[in-house]
Design a protein around this ligand. Structure first.
Ligand code: SAM
Length: 453
């Protein structure tokens, strides 16, 4: 690392040896429009006032790491535990994109979903986020995290970057948080040091080029590319900026970063493309690198005559769902394999295109299955702000909430019956069906808390 812009060997070594751990999270404003609840959530994590992450409207540092597993707010999607440097994506997006506009955004390497949940928070409600992950099991984890976040304007796909070339000129913004050699996380994960090698840096650099070249056609002319890694290696950072400028004819977009933040501005050797380096001895966060580009030339998206469009739920069936859903007039009710999926009207044409071209793991919010007489509501609906406020709720204490999240019976004495939302401090956690002598716990088995206190 000697000779890299901003590298201070003594301070770098010292901070890695210090054992210091920085914990930060980003709140989910969609779940906490009520500032009272927001305060309650933050106070439950720390009695001391939380320090904001300078480059994010929603990020906070915690003075110590609590047990998130035993916090019902975590399971309700009130926040996402995210490393602070990564939250700089918010600042980069605000400087390079008009976030008031409806945008089509691709997060190409998205699992487990840190950047995607951030992007979903800052884009407008009629924008579309395509959150893609190539590795199948990781795409499942990504879908769970997106469901917990509760957003309707996200599609989770499980595709290789090369499949994106079927969508020429489709996206306004492309975020490539590339797989990398991971040196930026050495402080947090010292075991990763053993897996590092110069050969792996070279392999990662080649893979980063391949990923970018494969997905590049899907970005429209004048579209924005945001590239990031958690590596310090020049081969994966500045050299990729040179490669992007030379091979893809991408225009570097410098950012105006306040000097007080101590982020190091760097430029690539050959093309003077701007990038930003984050060192743990200079900032409160881990190692990170980010750079922005504009696509100079490219083909525009040609909307072809659709072979298939999305299948609308028949009106009669749709009416049965209305008591469950708020803002139904702005939603498209889609029928898919016996289930009902809710999509914001504004994104349905784009989702119809994606359905033809990619493997969709999840789209919008699954409302549930329509059985003969009733809706069997899905967990995604419980986690979504689309759920109607009048749906029956049961307020749980913290102990009861944790029992519910373990998929145990919280032994409630209830006079109500039928489907009810289990909630902790007004934050929905999932469904239960209340029967005369017991409740059936519908919390998804695969999400339940397994860890003992
Ligand atoms: N953006 C994520 C976040 O903020 O939570 C982290 C992404 S991680 C740095 C890189 C991701 O790229 C991993 O999920 C990994 O599975 C995926 N990946 C690995 N090989 C890939 C490839 N050849 N093409 C695209 N993605 C790949």
């Amino acid at each position: 690392m000697r000779g890299l812009p901003g590298f201070d060997e003594a301070a770098f070594v010292q901070v890695h040896n210090s054992g210091e751990r920085v914990t930060s999270l980003r709140i989910n404003p969609a779940k906490m429009q009520d500032t009272f609840l927001q305060k309650k959530v933050l106070q439950s994590l720390s009695t001391a006032p939380l320090i904001p992450v300078p480059w994010s409207q929603y990020g906070f540092y915690l003075p110590q790491r609590p047990s998130f597993t035993f916090d019902p707010f975590f399971h309700g999607g009130a926040y996402y535990v995210q490393e602070a440097s990564s939250m700089f994506l918010e600042f980069a997006m605000r400087q390079t994109c008009n976030l008031e506009q409806p945008l089509k955004v691709l997060d190409l390497c998205a699992a487990p979903g840190g950047k995607s949940t951030l992007l979903q928070t800052i884009i407008s409600p009629d924008s579309l986020l395509v959150s893609n992950e190539v590795i199948r099991a990781r795409a499942g984890l990504l879908a769970d995290n997106i469901s917990r976040w509760g957003a309707a304007n996200v599609v989770v796909t499980n595709n290789d970057p090369r499949d994106m070339s079927r969508l020429t000129g489709f996206f306004d913004v492309m975020v490539v948080d590339a797989p990398c050699s991971g040196s930026g996380l050495f402080r947090r994960d010292p075991e990763a040091v053993g897996e590092w090698s110069p050969e792996n840096v070279t392999l990662c650099s080649q893979r980063q080029q391949r990923i970018l070249a494969d997905a590049w056609p899907a970005l429209k002319e004048n579209g924005i590319l945001i590239y990031s890694t958690c590596s310090y290696s020049k081969e994966e950072d500045e050299a990729i900026l040179d490669w992007l400028s030379a091979e893809l004819d991408a225009d570097s977009v410098p950012l105006a970063v306040p000097a007080a933040w101590n982020i190091v501005t760097t430029v690539s050797d050959k093309r003077n493309a701007a990038g930003y380096r984050f060192y743990p001895d200079r900032i409160q966060g881990e190692g990170f690198f980010i750079a922005c580009f504009r696509k100079k030339n490219g083909d525009a998206w040609q909307s072809r005559k659709q072979k298939d469009t999305l299948t609308a739920l028949p009106r009669k069936e749709r009416d049965k769902l209305l008591p469950w859903i708020s803002d139904a007039d702005q939603l498209f009710f889609m029928e898919h394999q016996g289930e009902v999926i809710l999509l914001p009207e504004a994104i349905t044409p784009a989702v119809a295109v994606l359905q033809q071209q990619l493997y969709l793991r999840k789209a919008g919010v699954k409302a549930g299955q329509l059985a003969a007489k009733e809706l069997v509501p899905d967990h995604q609906l419980a986690m979504s702000p689309l759920l109607a406020p009048q749906v029956q709720k049961v307020a749980l204490t913290k102990d009861q909430a944790l029992q519910y999240l373990r998929k145990e019976d919280p032994a409630l004495q209830l006079s109500a019956k039928g489907w009810a939302l289990m909630a902790y401090e007004n934050m929905p956690l999932g469904w239960a069906k209340i029967l005369p002598n017991r409740i059936n716990n519908y919390y998804p088995k695969e999400l339940r808390i397994l860890k003992e206190i």
